[in-house]
Design a protein around this ligand. Structure first.
Ligand code: URA
Length: 280
C-alpha cells in the first residue's frame, strides 16, 4: 500500500484527526533508503551525519516532519560531537546564533517554529537561564515572553533589573513538542551551544531558573528546592562565575506561597550586586 492508499484507508476507517503531535512514520524504511543513497555511504562509519540533506530541516509552521529525515546512520554521539565542534568554532554571539539556527542535529528542532536564542542585553553582566521555550516563545522567537516571562519581569523589577540590564537564555533553544520533557540525547546535543553561549557572553553572575538549568549547567541533581538560595560556582573560560539557583517563575505561578523563597534569593542577588558595583 502506498502513502495515499494508507491515508485513504484511515479516512475510510473514520479517522478525522491526528491523535499525536508526532506522527508515527509507517514508511521509515522506504524514506530512509533514498536518503542513504543520497549520502552514498561506502560504509556506515565513513559517512558524515551532517552531510547536506542528512539532518533535520526546520518544519514550516503547522507541518510536522517525520523523524525519518534524520540520517539513519548517524548516532547521537556524532551529533553531539558536531555540535561541540561548531559551537567552539564560534567567536561571537552573532556567530553562535547563526550556528544554532543552522544546526540540524537535534530532533526538537523539527517540531519547533523558531529557534529561541536569547533576549536582553548581550553586554549585561547577569545571565538568567531557563529551561526551554514554551508556546509563546516558540511563536515569537524570544525567551520568557509568556505568563512565566511576565512573572520573570516582575522578579527582575523587584530588584531594580530589567531586560536592558540582564541577558536571558534557555538550556534548550527549541520548544519540546507539547512542552514534554526533552530526552537526555536531545539535551546533550544542545549543551555545547549553551556552554559556548555562557563563555561568549561572559556573565559576571548566573541565575538558574529551576531544576532543569541546575541539572544541565552545573550537573547538580539535588533538586531546586534543596539547592536554591545557596551560592554555587560555574567555571567558564578560566573564570569562576557565582551562580544563584532559584525557583522557576512558572513554578511560582503554580505555587505562589513559595514566592517568599524566591524573594530571599532575589535579595541575595541584589546584595551581591550592591557589593560588586561593576555588576550592575
Ligand atoms: N519557561 C522557560 O524556562 N523558558 C522560557 O523561555 C519560557 C518559559
Amino acid at each position: 500500500m502506498d502513502e495515499l492508499g494508507a491515508l485513504c484507508w484511515l479516512v475510510d476507517a473514520g479517522a478525522d484527526e491526528a491523535a499525536q503531535v508526532a506522527p508515527v512514520n509507517r514508511f521509515q524504511a522506504k524514506m530512509a533508503a533514498p536518503l542513504a543513497q543520497m549520502n552514498d555511504p561506502p560504509s556506515a562509519s565513513q559517512i558524515s551525519p551532517f552531510a547536506h540533506g542528512a539532518g533535520l530541516r526546520q518544519a514550516p509552521r503547522g507541518i510536522v516532519r517525520p523523524t525519518a529525515v534524520l540520517n539513519p546512520h548517524a548516532h547521537d554521539n556524532d551529533y553531539i560531537g558536531h555540535a561541540l565542534e561548531i559551537a567552539n568554532a564560534c567567536n561571537t554571539l552573532a556567530e553562535l546564533k547563526a550556528a544554532v539556527e543552522a544546526f540540524e542535529g537535534c530532533a526538537l528542532k523539527q517540531f519547533a517554529h523558531t529557534t529561541v536564542f536569547a533576549d536582553g542585553n548581550p553586554a549585561g553582566r547577569i545571565m538568567f537561564i531557563g529551561e526551554a521555550p514554551g508556546f509563546e516563545e516558540d511563536k515569537t522567537g524570544l525567551p520568557f515572553v509568556g505568563r512565566a516571562g511576565k512573572m520573570l519581569d516582575k522578579m527582575l523589577m523587584a530588584i531594580g533589573l530589567d531586560r536592558t540590564t540582564t541577558y536571558i537564555i534557555n538550556v534548550l533553544p527549541w520548544r519540546p513538542p507539547d512542552n514534554r520533557n526533552p530526552d537526555p540525547a536531545e539535551v546533550a546535543k544542545c549543551l555545547p551551544f549553551l556552554r559556548r553561549h555562557i563563555e561568549l557572553q561572559s556573565p559576571r553572575m548566573i541565575v538558574l531558573l529551576g531544576g532543569s538549568p541546575l541539572r544541565h549547567v552545573l550537573g547538580n541533581a539535588e533538586g531546586i528546592l534543596h539547592s536554591r538560595g545557596k551560592w554555587l560556582h560555574y567555571h567558564a573560560a578560566g573564570r569562576m562565575v557565582p551562580v544563584m539557583p532559584t525557583l522557576h517563575p512558572a513554578y511560582l505561578l503554580r505555587q505562589p506561597t513559595h514566592k517568599k523563597l524566591a524573594w530571599r534569593d532575589l535579595l541575595a542577588i541584589n546584595h551581591k550586586l550592591q557589593q560588586n558595583h561593576e555588576l550592575a
